[in-house]
Design a protein around this ligand. Structure first.
Ligand SMILES: [Zn+2]
Length: 310
């Protein structure tokens, strides 16, 4: 039976329509994407540091602009916000975070220490931007072309804005109006749980796309940039583990990772991470209604991801 569900955190409606997955598709299935290979001209690979703007931070060894790094941050050469072309509402910063010196080593394939180093860098960069006076800062990953990546080398992006986006303000208002922790409430139902200890990992009841996974540390406060090292580390390992499970079940799907966090001065909130595999197309029904369609019930996705050995 198809079912209309509502996500209290995003205010997004979704129709979970498992039966629709069985409909015949007469388009030719595109070939599997080629596995990433080391492109000699990859600007994000070690040895090519001069191809990027001057770096702003690194972890690992080596001098700025030289190889030796494990994680490397530099301004985006084609920024969405910030940079010389920024106008009113688009000032801020847009940074690239190289997640590994290895061109083929996506976040889901890193070891614990490397994953912790990566997510700690996201925390440190968002903190630096907020200390510098920007209004809002967050981190995301676009993995593979269908998820918005234009460069194959595994990387994240950190953004700083001088406005708080209306969607973030609206999310804060929903939490305030609810008068309870909406993240904890969303994480609770048993059949949707992938893991509970030490970090909550689950498929939301109103998952807006197949195999959508939400991740939250029970002790996370309102702001990612304010999070303690141990909270960041446990969350990083949970994100890495989730991506590895998705790779097992879905064979390295494109995905977005989005850190949902409150701006300075706003609470209550409970920061969390959404991992959104990009498997579905937003089509005419969704455009007309604002209601998304998910053909994989999150109960089934959670069971598959629980069983997957990452
Ligand atoms: Zn590369």
């Amino acid at each position: 039976m198809s079912e209309l569900r509502h996500d209290a955190l995003s205010a997004q409606d979704v129709i979970v329509a498992a039966g629709r997955a069985a409909r015949p598709v007469t388009f030719t299935v595109p070939p599997e994407p080629e596995p990433p290979t080391a492109a000699p001209a990859c600007a994000f690979c070690p040895g090519e540091e001069a191809m990027t703007p001057p770096e702003v931070a690194r972890r690992g060894s080596g001098a700025p602009g030289e190889p030796g790094w494990q994680v490397r941050v530099f301004p985006n050469l084609y920024p969405i916000v910030g940079g010389p072309d920024a106008g009113p509402g688009t000032t801020g910063a847009h940074e690239v975070v190289g997640l590994s010196p290895d061109h083929a080593q996506a976040l889901g394939r890193l070891d614990d220490a490397a994953a912790v180093q990566v997510v700690t860098m996201w925390r440190d960069r968002t903190r630096a931007h907020l200390v510098a006076g920007h209004a809002y800062a967050f981190a995301i990953v676009n993995h593979l072309g269908p998820a918005g990546a234009s460069i194959a080398h595994p990387h994240a992006q950190v953004f700083a804005l001088d406005v708080v986006p209306p969607a973030v303000d609206a999310a804060l208002a929903r939490v305030r109006d609810a008068g309870r922790d909406l993240v904890a409430a969303d994480a609770a139902p048993e059949p949707l749980t992938i893991d509970r200890d030490p970090v909550w990992v689950w498929c939301p009841n109103a998952s807006t796309s197949p195999y959508f996974v939400r991740i939250a540390h029970p002790e996370a406060g309102p702001r990612f940039d304010d999070a303690d090292d141990d909270v960041v580390a446990a969350t990083a390992i949970a994100v890495r583990d989730t991506l590895a499970r998705l790779a097992v079940v879905l064979h390295d799907p494109p995905y977005n990772v989005v850190v949902r966090t409150a701006p300075p001065g706003a609470q209550p909130y409970h920061w969390y991470v959404d991992v959104i595999p990009r498997l579905a197309v937003v089509a005419g029904f969704e455009q007309a209604t604002g209601i998304l369609v998910n053909t994989v019930p999150p109960e089934r996705a959670a069971a598959e991801l629980r069983a997957a050995v990452a």
